[in-house]
Design a protein around this ligand. Structure first.
Ligand SMILES: Cc1cc2nc3c(=O)[nH]c(=O)nc-3n(C[C@H](O)[C@H](O)[C@H](O)COP(=O)(O)OP(=O)(O)OC[C@H]3O[C@@H](n4cnc5c(N)ncnc54)[C@H](O)[C@@H]3O)c2cc1C
Length: 385
């Protein structure tokens, strides 16, 4: 799985890959089926992952992160999936989308107060953008943050939905409207569990990602002090666009890894399973399926790693990351589906990892901006249409 990544790596990445793989195989995989069926994983896992150094490899060391580069994040995304649960990977990973607005817009005091406990695995963070009435059209966000008449704070009112880790989050980074301009009137706030008027209205059930929680949240005049506002009023939209690039890279990596691991499982099964007196690997139809799956995985890896390298160099890549996400999503859809086919009846059983991965892959063209929205971005920023 790593061959296309090799030109981008140094020894620190190789050592880190081994660390992540060991953590996934020893601490995650033995429990994956139970956690998926339970729809949850133990809260202590955040601290275990932090102690092992796999929770926040790319975050600044001064805040408790690993101080690594983009490819340490790529490797963590790939290797933690060997723990056989996308739900666990995205549950542990919700900090990767929730904390960047705090890092980029927040003060040193906000970094210390909100980021440090999350990177230590003591608190859980979630990002709340999507609302029951709007997802793709972020400029239509209706949750409002009105000035609080009694002081210099705000009162937040509205609802958010589909929020990863929202059920048990200690802090939620919320995009709210502080002005009427569709883009220029959006601002990020930190809302903490226990604040009056903030409640988890529903825990949602999903097609895949079972071990991660997904919430509908309600804010009924939640009073937040000005110290919980991130950056100036109106700074939310541009911070969110920056956030999306990191999130879309993570999803492209997830798609690539789901496909690569499904291929690994299918290959192992083709060696061991016999039909008509021969192992499946001797049947030309199966052999060619595996060759085509390998071709697709290699194309997704090559594209995704090239975009990750561009991000590491700090180059703009809004259109490139959109097409990497779309390509990896389609590759994951096809390869995970074919892996189920190679497993035959066992591929349809819940005890089989490729069954889980095929369900998990369905999220990729939806979450973090849909396939259609990615195509719009490619048209606008890549093709100048
Ligand atoms: C498991 C899961 C986890 C998630 N986690 C989070 C999270 O942590 N935080 C968060 O804020 N959100 C989260 N989301 C929400 C996710 O980002 C949105 O679902 C996604 O952006 C799509 O928005 P929507 O569901 O409102 O679809 P809509 O915007 O209603 O779109 C419906 C359909 O119309 C299409 N469409 C819309 N506009 C256009 C257009 N201009 N051109 C062409 N087609 C268009 C879409 O592509 C889609 O096919 C999560 C979603 C899921 C399923």
């Amino acid at each position: 799985m790593s061959s296309f990544l090799d030109p981008y790596l140094d020894d620190s990445h190789r050592v880190f890959r081994e660390l992540c793989r060991r953590f996934a195989e020893e601490q995650l995989a033995p429990h994956a089926e139970a956690w998926e069926e339970a729809g949850s994983f133990p809260r202590e896992l955040y601290a275990q992952a932090a102690d092992a150094g796999v929770l926040a490899p790319t975050w600044p060391e001064a805040l408790g992160g690993g101080g690594g580069d983009t490819f340490h994040g790529v490797i963590a995304g790939e290797e933690l999936l060997r723990g056989e649960s996308t739900g666990v990977v995205v549950g542990l990973g919700s900090l990767q989308i929730a904390l960047p607005p705090i890092l980029h817009l927040g003060t040193p005091e906000q970094h210390r107060r909100f980021i440090v406990p999350v990177l230590a695995g003591e608190q859980i963070a979630a990002l709340a953008i999507t609302e029951p009435g709007t997802g793709s059209d972020v400029a239509a966000v209706r949750t409002r943050a009105e000035p609080d008449g009694d002081g210099d704070g705000y009162r937040i009112t509205g609802s958010k939905t589909f929020i990863t880790s929202g059920v048990r989050a200690d802090l939620v980074v919320v995009l709210a409207r502080t002005g009427d301009d569709p883009h220029g009137g959006l601002t990020f706030f930190v809302v903490e569990r226990g604040m009056a008027g903030f409640e988890v209205s529903r825990a949602l059930r999903k097609t895949g990602w079972w071990a991660s929680d997904t919430a509908e949240l309600h804010f009924d005049g939640v009073q937040v002090p000005a110290s919980h506002r991130l950056g100036d009023e109106g700074s939310g939209f541009s911070a969110l666009m920056r956030n999306f690039e990191g999130e879309r890279l993570m999803l492209a990596i997830n798609g690539t890894a789901l496909a690569a691991l499904s291929l690994e499982h299918a290959l192992a099964y083709a060696h061991q399973r016999e039909a008509f007196g021969r192992p499946l690997k001797k049947l030309q139809v199966i052999r060619h399926k595996l060759a085509e799956m390998q071709t697709q995985v290699a194309s997704a890896q090559t594209l995704t790693y090239a975009v990750a390298d561009r991000m590491r160099r700090g180059e703009p890549c809004i259109s490139e990351v959109a097409l990497a996400k779309n390509h990896a999503s389609l590759v994951a859809r096809d390869v995970c589906w074919e892996a189920v086919q190679i497993f035959g009846g066992m591929g349809y059983m819940r005890e089989t990892v490729v069954e889980r991965f095929a369900r998990d892959a369905r999220l990729l063209p939806i979450g973090g901006g849909t396939q259609e929205i990615m195509n719009e971005i490619i048209c606008r920023f890549g093709l100048g249409l």
